[in-house]
Design a binder for this molecule. Structure first.
Ligand code: ME8
Length: 681
């Protein structure tokens, strides 16, 4: 019996279109599903849509539609997007399906029977965007209203007072903590597990799991006046998918799930506290692992419809295809590659188009593309387009390939997507270095045909190995590599497999090779510069291997005295400063409270910022790069001890820092939510 692997993504709210964020989790699951399938495991990869939420009904109303036709259309949109992103899930669930309503009601009834659901009066502050209740302490009143602690831009919280059903979550704190401590692999990564333990430590409150207003959603069993709270409903999808409550055999086959992949936003409260407690209450085993990943930010903020800074991966792939001339499906693969190469899975990252283009050129066109093109072209020129005969003398890439394969397997088992790609690219670099060192073009000139054949066979076989490693990330590109290696016909016979030790010598000497044609055509420098100039949103942090963008003051230009170091005319050559010089600059986190254009000044924005204990006015030359509204609420970095300067009748009391490269200007900001006024050192 083959090993089984059941993995899930969150089911997404259909009030939003699929974007980089939701695509990130879904593609992550696709990568893992492909990896496990390659290892011969029976995989169940599930995703779906969360359709019973009040905000979904609200979104339908806003479009003048009944909820059902609206969610039908949106669910289709998600399915299409995943297909276009080369995602191959096994099952898709929609929470409006009758099988799911049955599962929710059965689950609810079980908990009622077991005494963990009771009725009582409820009063709480509800954020519709998050579909979450907050206490008065979590959302203190400010200016006569309460705002969502997760995102102040969400609509003000609404007070809900009614008699509802409650789930006795408070009974499960100790058992949850014991389970988490006894199973270190259960909650990953470790730092997020600690957040969960802290959350439980504070004491868990019972959760209100129904709403009194009968309407959109699943009604409580035996009480049609109550609709089940969307989170209680949504989490149960993981059981509906595997046959709960009707198909005991299927449930026994697939439950518990091996992995729930989720973003950090729904990790602590929902997937690591509420859900495991619900399962304990129902007497069901807990999932083997819940993994919480970080967030892609856009313009330094979480991507969301409320903020209006959504990036759509398919639009991005179209843009990349247009700039490079790559086939559409290959550009999609390149975007998939980028998402997992650029940002460590557990952490947050700021999305930057510039980094995407740079990685496309350097990693895909140059490194991988070159390794394939050079080996293929030389084989074509010197061996009439067939696989040359190997020799026993060449072992370097074989040995390194085996070592890398074992390392990579371990990394993917630990869901280190970035680490696995880095390992693969170290090997790609080794292939290119091998070709440089062994200089097959020189061997050809010298007529050393046997040696030449050995070198080329070795390089081609190494590229084939890479195609297997990148297949989970870039399935179409990997297939194209294999096609050019002449393996297309053998694909059907020998599926993509991931053995414990990779076969070496798979390419058959004498088998036909295809003519090389660039899979990732290089983007011209000029095209890249033009494209970056024209983008409508500022690209942000450059990738680690890109040349660092210079930190430039946004405005006003720093008078020498303000940066502490007086360069002095004679010292023009020596631009170094001492640590004491640098210490004179007081850099602090500032929160933008308001922003507006300065009349008759095209470039200037008039900002009010908070430094925690005081407010300042800043005039920043950012009007060409940012809409004023997009800045409000942002935390930026400010030089706080700059001599004030009067401009346009206003006194500017500081300077914001921004990075600039290729005509793109991006404000610097801390990658954690720090309080306004925090010092930078
Ligand atoms: O929360 N970066 O659905 P949702 C990375 N329906 N991942 C992101 C992201 C970003 N900027 N934005 C979203 C819900 N995500 C519930 C889930 S599950 C039983 C119910 C991803 O549409 C990430 O996985 O708001 C996050 O957890 C999920 O989308 C939230 O999707």
């Amino acid at each position: 019996m083959s090993k089984r692997y059941y993995l899930t993504t969150p089911i997404y709210y259909v009030n939003d279109i699929p974007h980089i964020g939701t695509s990130y989790t879904t593609v992550a699951a696709d990568i893992l599903a492909r990896f496990h399938r390659m290892r011969g495991e029976e995989v169940l990869f599930a995703t779906g849509t969360d359709e019973n939420a009040p905000k979904v009904a609200q979104a339908a109303t806003a479009r003048g539609l009944e909820p059902l036709p609206f969610v039908d259309g949106m669910a289709e949109r998600f399915q299409q997007a995943w297909a276009q992103l080369n995602v191959e899930y096994d099952v898709f669930i929609r929470t409006t399906e009758p099988r799911h309503a049955r599962a929710v009601q059965a689950f609810f009834a079980t908990l009622q029977e077991r005494g963990d659901i009771y009725q009582g009066p409820y009063e709480g502050w509800y954020c519709m965007s998050c579909e979450t209740f907050f206490t008065e302490e979590e959302a203190p009143e400010q200016n006569g209203e309460r705002r969502c602690p997760n995102e102040p831009l969400h609509a003000p919280l609404k007070l809900v007072r009614e008699t509802n059903y409650f789930f006795a979550l408070s009974r499960y704190g100790d058992r949850l903590r014991e389970h988490i401590e006894a199973h270190p692999e259960f909650l990953q990564p470790e730092f997020r597990r600690n957040e969960v333990l802290q959350f439980i430590q504070q004491g868990l409150r019972d959760v209100c799991i129904t709403r009194g207003a009968a309407g959109w959603g699943v009604s409580a069993p035996g009480d049609p006046s109550q609709v089940v709270y969307v989170w209680f409903d949504a989490l149960i999808n993981y059981l509906t998918l595997v046959g709960y409550p009707d198909d005991a055999e299927m449930l026994a086959k697939w439950w518990p799930a091996d992995l729930h992949l989720v973003g950090k936003d729904i990790y602590v409260r929902f997937h690591c506290t509420l859900w495991p407690a619900m399962l304990m209450a129902a007497g069901l085993p807990l999932p083997k692992q819940v993994l919480g990943h970080g967030f892609w930010m856009s313009e330094g903020r979480k991507m969301s419809k409320t903020i209006g800074n959504i990036i759509e991966p398919l639009r991005l792939a179209e843009w990349l295809a247009e700039l490079s001339g790559a086939r559409g499906e290959i550009a999609v693969d390149a975007v998939r590659y980028f998402l997992f190469r650029e940002m460590p899975f557990g952490e947050d990252g700021n999305f930057a188009r510039q980094s995407l283009l740079q990685r496309f050129n350097s990693d895909l066109a140059n490194d991988l593309g070159n390794a394939l093109n050079r080996s293929l072209s030389l084989a074509l020129q010197n061996f009439g387009g067939v696989v040359p005969p190997p020799t026993d003398a060449e072992t370097r890439l074989r040995d390194l390939g085996r070592e890398t394969h074992v390392r990579l397997t371990g990394l993917l088992e630990r869901v280190d997507f970035q680490g696995a790609l880095a390992a693969a690219w170290e090997y790609v670099a080794a292939i290119n270095k091998y070709l440089d060192d062994r200089a097959p073009w020189a061997l050809a000139k010298q007529g050393k045909t046997e040696e030449l054949g050995g070198v080329l066979y070795h390089a081609l076989e190494a590229v084939r190995l890479v195609s297997l490693w990148v297949y989970p990330y870039m399935p179409r590109a990997a297939a194209e590599i294999q096609r050019q290696l002449g393996l297309e016909t053998r694909l059907g016979e020998e599926p993509w497999t991931w053995q414990d030790e990779p076969a070496w010598g798979y390419l058959e000497p004498g088998a036909k090779l295809e003519a090389p044609s660039p899979i990732f055509p290089r983007i011209e420098r000029k095209t890249m510069q033009e494209a970056l100039k024209n983008i409508d949103q500022p690209a942000a942090a450059p990738s680690p291997d890109a040349s660092p963008a210079a930190a430039t003051p946004a405005f006003p230009p720093a008078p020498a005295a303000a940066v502490g170091a007086d360069p002095g005319p004679a010292d023009a050559e020596d631009t170094t400063i001492t640590i004491d010089d640098f210490a004179k600059v007081e850099l602090r986190v500032a929160e933008v409270l308001s922003a507006e254009r300065v009349p008759k000044a095209d470039k200037l924005l008039h900002l009010r910022v908070s430094l925690g204990d005081e407010e300042r006015t800043v005039l920043a030359g950012m009007a060409e790069y940012y809409e004023p509204e997009a800045l409000v609420g942002r935390k930026v970095i400010m030089v706080a001890n700059l001599a004030p300067r009067k401009m346009r009748g206003l006194l500017s009391q500081g300077m914001l820092l921004a990075a600039e490269a290729g005509g793109v200007v991006s404000l610097l900001q801390p990658d954690q939510d720090l309080p306004a006024g925090a010092r930078i050192r």
